[in-house]
Design a protein around this ligand. Structure first.
Ligand SMILES: *[C@@H]1O[C@H](CO)[C@@H](O)[C@H](O)[C@H]1NC(C)=O
Ligand SMILES: *[C@@H]1O[C@H](CO)[C@@H](O)[C@H](O)[C@H]1NC(C)=O
Ligand SMILES: *[C@@H]1O[C@H](CO)[C@@H](O)[C@H](O)[C@H]1NC(C)=O
Length: 233
């Protein structure tokens, strides 16, 4: 009996090279995710008195948990910590590094495949740099989108962001059943690997749904339901 046939061998070789070709390790898009603390705390039952948009994460569109042996080490970002606490606070556990550790393991270790992000200092430093450069909170205020008990239309909010940055964001809301409005929760703004702004709905060549956190309770906002941008309770 033959151990293997040339046909099977050829097939195996063809399959393995196809696998390599169809699963490149490199991501093609970065998603800078901001969230609105009041809405997150409605969903997760926390208490926050922060009334500006904070960072949720910087996510490559491809890959998750890329290197489990690359441990988060806050001493490597010692100089960034004051800004991290202000701009990227853990809303659920305000005094711990749990959130940053999670973001590093899940997304940072994959982002680190690019030389520009291949250390914890580069990764967290770049996220903070992009966050300050965009100044989403300032832009919304400047165009009169402020936390309010009155509702906005979805296109008022989307329009301000699109006009100012010249790219399409992805905007997510929290809605409870039977409500006549939805709560503004999360705003994603996207970049290419050179950190140039990019439309978020532009499909990455290798879009990977595992790579992107879909927080339970948040969905892309419904264009036809009024949007509540809630002030501090
Ligand atoms: C917000 O909460 C923090 C921690 O609980 C507290 O130190 C700070 O004074 C509060 N700020 C305001 C404006 O209430
Ligand atoms: C994973 O991270 C460790 C620690 O930084 C590093 O030594 C190793 O080369 C990394 N592995 C891969 C596959 O990148
Ligand atoms: C954490 O980083 C610091 C500074 O780079 C280094 O001296 C220390 O050995 C690291 N700790 C661990 C557990 O890797």
């Amino acid at each position: 009996m033959k151990l293997c046939s040339p046909l099977l061998l050829c097939l195996a070789v063809a399959l393995s090279s196809a696998f390599v070709i169809s699963s490149p390790s490199m991501w093609t898009k970065l998603i800078l995710t901001h969230h609105w603390p009041t809405t997150i705390c409605v969903m997760d039952h926390c208490h926050s008195n922060i009334s500006y948009w904070t960072l949720h994460g910087l996510w490559p569109d491809k890959g998750a948990m890329c290197n489990s042996s690359w441990h988060f080490n806050s001493s490597e970002i010692e100089d960034l910590l004051p800004d991290m606490k202000k701009s990227w606070p853990d809303l659920l556990h305000p005094l711990s590094t749990t959130f940053w550790k999670y973001e590093w393991h899940k997304h940072g270790t994959c982002a680190a495949k690019a030389e520009s992000l291949n250390s914890q200092h580069k990764y967290f430093g770049k996220a903070l740099e992009l966050y300050h450069k965009l100044d989403l909170d300032g832009v919304l205020k400047k165009f009169d989108i402020t936390p309010s008990e009155k509702y906005y239309t979805f296109s008022q909010i989307e329009g301000v962001i699109e006009n100012f940055y010249g790219v399409k964001p992805k905007i997510q809301c929290h809605s409870s059943k039977h409500a006549d409005s939805q709560l503004l929760g999360q705003i994603e703004i996207c970049f290419d690997p050179d950190f140039t702004l990019l439309d978020c709905d532009k499909q990455g060549q290798w879009d990977d749904h595992m790579a992107v956190d879909k927080p339970s309770g948040l969905n892309v906002c419904d264009h036809n339901i009024p949007v509540h941008y809630p002030p501090l309770p």
